[in-house]
Design a protein around this ligand. Structure first.
Ligand SMILES: NC(=O)C1=CN([C@@H]2O[C@H](COP(=O)(O)OP(=O)(O)OC[C@H]3O[C@@H](n4cnc5c(N)ncnc54)[C@H](O)[C@@H]3O)[C@@H](O)[C@H]2O)C=CC1
Ligand SMILES: O=C(O)[C@@H]1CCC=N1
Length: 273
């Protein structure tokens, strides 16, 4: 029988994960999602056929896995209110919150709990997510496999051995979709500037990104070689790539990802860890 999975919070990230799980064949009736307002939950019930609950305590009573998916800033209060119910059941805790340590969450929930920290991303919604996972010492092999199975239903899973590496995962894949969306915006705008209709520029930009990612995943050649293969000597791509290099695209990417990881550390400090 499928494990009972309760999502505390039913926003962008939670719905991306449970939407992807259901798409991948996970039974919707084994999934519960919570939110303070039923107005927010009603369309999710209708769309996905999941169970919903406005009371977090009730929602964790029969859970095998509790996924913490509220904003980090309210997590302490949300955990405190569920503490007794969690201690009565001792489910596997999976947190997707940026910047909150496994030890902190375990303490807020009353101690002695198996906690997995997960840094997912929103393309989970279309089964193409990427998640970094870290387990505390109480997590059993079976629980690791369970979490791997749940998240592999929505994409790639990478385990890290050190919790601090989740900051790097956040900087690459957790926040990463937004970097590519920014690039799509810029490429579409550039296409329009060059005379293409906006809709056409968007289709071309997105298909090119999709094709390049698929090709890079399937090829035994590294991205540098694939790039070189597009760059005919003295041709058009060479000019564009030289323009990116002259504008120090690599340094821009390095600075943005460093800022992202630094913000994850800063959030941890702000949240009192
Ligand atoms: N959006 C993203 O791309 C990613 C988000 N995350 C993490 O996921 C978590 C959630 O982020 P989003 O889904 O983007 O936020 P969101 O604002 O879309 O969702 C938060 C949800 O929590 C619900 N909520 C508020 N108070 C609650 C309470 N007391 N009990 C139960 N539910 C409550 C809200 O109704 C809302 O549905 C954050 O901790 C964030 O760090 C992690 C990776 C990627
Ligand atoms: O921006 C954020 O804080 C969250 C965590 C990673 C992606 N979104």
């Amino acid at each position: 029988m499928a494990s009972q999975v309760t999502f505390i919070g039913a926003g962008n990230m939670a719905s991306a994960i449970f939407g992807g799980m259901i798409e991948g064949g996970y039974p919707a009736t084994a999934i519960t999602a919570t939110s303070p307002s039923d107005e927010h939950l009603a369309p999710l019930r209708q769309r996905y056929g999941i169970r919903t609950e406005t009371d977090n305590t009730k929602a964790v009573a029969n859970a095998d896995v509790v996924v913490l998916a509220v904003k980090p800033q309210i997590m302490r209060d949300v955990c405190a209110a569920m503490r007794d119910a969690i201690q009565a059941r001792k489910p596997l805790i999976v947190s997707v919150a940026a910047g909150l340590g496994a030890d902190t969450l375990e303490t807020w929930l009353g101690g002695e709990l198996a906690v997995i920290r997960c840094m997912p991303n929103t393309p989970s919604l279309v089964g193409a997510g990427a998640s970094g996972l870290y387990a505390n010492s109480r997590v059993s092999d079976a629980q690791r496999q369970l979490a791997t199975g749940l998240l592999e239903a929505v994409g790639l899973v990478e385990w890290v051995d050190e919790e601090s590496l989740l900051e790097a995962v956040t900087a690459i894949s957790g926040s990463g979709p937004a970097y590519f969306f920014l690039f799509f915006e810029a490429l579409e705008a550039a296409g329009v500037r060059l005379g293409l209709p906006a809709a056409s520029a968007r289709r071309l930009a997105l298909q090119t990104a999709y094709g390049a990612a698929r090709m890079a995943q399937q090829s035994d050649k590294d991205p540098a070689t694939l790039k070189q293969n597009v760059m005919s000597p003295g041709g058009t791509t060479e000019r564009a790539i030289h323009s990116f290099e002259a504008a120090e695209l690599r340094r821009i990417v390095e600075e943005a990802t460093e800022a992202c990881a630094a913000r994850a550390r800063e959030m941890a400090r702000e949240l009192g860890q």
